[in-house]
Design a protein. Structure first.
Length: 85
């Protein structure tokens, strides 16, 4: 004689298994999105470096740029022991 789960036991186990599988899919989707966005960030960083290199050629490597206004300033001189160096 074969034993069989009661209907409510079977439904409970099936529901839990479905939740488990759905959660695994959500985790996989999250990891795939993370990889996609990581690649996107890498691309933006590469673009930023290229633009930064161009700006250095025009304004010098010591220039300070206000990203809100676009104003370019020379860096403030260091004040060491009360003297500008």
């Amino acid at each position: 004689m074969t034993k069989k789960l009661k209907d409510e036991e079977l439904k409970k186990v099936q529901d839990l298994n479905n939740k488990f599988l759905q959660t695994k899919v959500k985790i996989a989707d999250t990891v795939l999105n993370m990889l996609k966005f990581t690649a996107e960030v890498d691309g933006v960083q590469a673009e930023f470096q290229a633009v930064e290199k161009q700006l250095i050629e025009v304004y010098g490597d010591k220039a300070v740029i206000d990203l809100r206004t676009g104003e370019v300033k020379e860096p403030e001189k260091e004040n060491i022991d009360g003297e500008n160096k």
